[in-house]
Design a binder for this molecule. Structure first.
Ligand code: ZN
Length: 284
């Protein structure tokens, strides 16, 4: 079976996007943090299953809890970047984006002592409106990205985006490994992280993952530390967002255990070399 990729976006329970009640960066430090406990729980789960995964650290979190970055590296996980300030890509300028992702990379390298080559955007928020995204990332020293959501979604999404990993940017400088989508009843959806992972029963997730692997693509699984903490504080938001953000939190941990049991997973970094020689001649 083709190996899949497992990733954790390391941020706190209040790093919610696009909700009017979401606290701003100057308020974050005053909120009761739960990321240490929750991320450690995920690290322990990985140790129990003996797998190495990719940890996309938010720079702001890494700066406050550098021991979490060091512990992830010590356990053999990949330290990667979720940017510094958790701002939607399509809401910042190219320059602001570049400064944010460069700052996060240098910070994470400084803490971990290891080269950081991967990035994931907050809310998968690269869209057709941000055509400079890939070049700016390569300029900021990154070698791969996993931010393209090749279907329609709340924050952005790129419905026309390619689904398989591919080289992109000037001279194919960057490897893009999109978030995994699969078609259910003709509708492209992501079953492998976020609200749908919590909403759908495990048998369906497993079936859809097998379908993706059968198409020759790796499955990209992703989770946030808050998702294994059903008791974390809630932010006020619309009913629809509330459902998406908080539905079935108590099922995440059980599903993750089953995923790690049923599917061989690894880090993005370890698949990077298998795509490095690829000339971009793929015919979709
Ligand atoms: Zn995030």
């Amino acid at each position: 079976m083709q190996t899949s990729i497992f990733s954790i976006d390391v941020e706190d329970w209040f790093h919610i996007l696009d909700v009017p009640s979401a606290p701003t960066m100057d308020q974050w430090a005053d909120l009761p943090s739960r990321v240490e406990k929750n991320f450690t729980k995920l690290l322990d789960l990985c140790s129990e299953k003996n797998v190495q995964v990719t940890c996309f650290f938010l720079g702001w979190v890494a700066e406050r809890f550098p021991h979490l970055v060091k512990e992830a590296a010590r356990r053999g996980h990949e330290v990667a970047s979720h940017g510094y300030g958790h701002r939607l890509v399509y809401e910042v300028s190219r320059r602001e984006f570049y400064d944010d992702v460069r700052r996060a990379r240098l910070l994470l390298e400084d803490i971990s002592g290891i080269e950081v080559v991967g990035y994931r955007a907050p809310g998968f928020s690269t869209t057709d409106e941000t055509p400079w995204f890939f070049d700016a990332l390569a300029e900021a020293g990154y070698q791969y990205d996993s931010s393209v959501f090749p279907a329609a979604r709340g924050h952005g999404g790129m419905p026309q985006g390619r689904r398989e990993p591919h080289r992109i940017g000037e001279n194919g400088a960057l490897l893009e490994v999109p978030i995994t989508v699969a078609d259910l009843l003709g509708k492209p959806m992501c079953f492998f992280g976020g609200g749908y992972l919590r909403l759908f029963p495990y048998w369906l997730i497993r079936k859809m993952a097998a379908q993706v692997l059968g198409e020759g693509r790796p499955v990209v699984f992703y989770v946030h530390p808050r998702e294994v903490d059903p008791a974390h504080p809630r932010l006020p938001m619309s009913r629809k967002r509330q459902f998406k953000t908080y539905v079935n939190l108590e099922t995440t941990e059980v599903k993750l255990r089953r995923i790690l049991q049923d599917f061989p997973v690894t880090t993005f970094k370890s698949v990077l070399s298998s795509y490095s020689q690829l000339v971009d001649t793929h015919v979709a």
